[in-house]
Design a protein around this ligand. Sequence first.
Ligand SMILES: [Zn+2]
Ligand SMILES: [Zn+2]
Length: 380
Amino acid sequence: MKTRAAVLREYEGPIEVTQLELRPPQLGEVLVEIAASGVCHSDLHVVNADLPLPVPMVLGHEGAGVVRAVGPGVQRPKVGDQVVLSWIPACGICRFCREGAPHLCVEAADATREGRLLTGETPFSDQAGKVYPFSMTGTLSEFTVVPAVGAIPLPDGIPLYMAALFGCAVMTGVGAALRTAPVRPGDRVAVFGAGGVGLNIVQGARIAGASSIIVIDRLPARLQLARTLGATATVNVHDEEPIQAVLDRTGGFGADLSFEAIGSPETIAQAFNAARRGGTAVIVGVAPPHEEVSLNAFAFPSQEKTLKGCWYGSANGPRDILLLADLFLSSQLLLAPFVTRTYSLDDVATAFDDLAMGRVGRPLVIMPLGQKEESPDGTL
Ligand SMILES: [Zn+2]
Ligand SMILES: [Zn+2]
């Protein structure tokens, strides 16, 4: 069948909306009609050649849709199910999967790097040959084929186009706070970076009962959104030195947990230095692979600090989609404030520009399926 998709043909090239061939789902795969796809900084990283994944590529890895066909051997999900796509569909049998860390699945990591699915070759092609999906998803396409284990049924009651955000930003940010860290009641938390992931760390920290949540960013609009989502203090780096600002707001000690959600060596070091004695810095932002960080070596033993990485919120997708759904349905987890602007697929380049410039919460590209569902004023 044919599908329209946002394709990056070469690094730093334009994003082209074009028609591709999409093969049918094979053993262990499903065909999904996408309702909506977010645009994430990781998509920008591929465009900017900061994330070395194969091109040409169908961008997008944060999406939700409806299963339209299933390949041989697939019992779940079923045709007609509403699903959120996971960009780490875990194999279930590697060492990491068996040890309860499916987000570290090596089979999934290999498939992503090679631009194929866990279950087989890339489903996309054009006259020139293969077109690769971003991390086994390729959600900036009206249709995609994914491993069945990566199409996670969505509980009832959640608008499908909003649920796209569960696929990356919410899973990563809330997971960083509730799973990776985890934040405990009364913790004092600092969050460096108020983009889609950072703002969801804020939500996760609030849900976990953090007593203070200090958010550091450079854009007033994002800091305002952080307050809506639970920040108790905000720091604009144009006005204050961020480490001192965290110290000033934590009695001079620093944060119990200090999250970095930008992916730059400078802010990673700031997050580490803003953690208190015995505290933990959690690095969630995805820096380009060649970057290195310089940290004071003496601080590790003398202050007993911990530096911890976080990949996809340490999430177990099928388990954590239930958690996110319950939190949303009980009004603890907010989605609507993120969607400050929606785009059609033809407008995808604008969505990327707006994300790069920090003009919006989370750019959400609404596909024809999602347009039937979205309410006129964008509210729930
Ligand atoms: Zn992402
Ligand atoms: Zn695995």
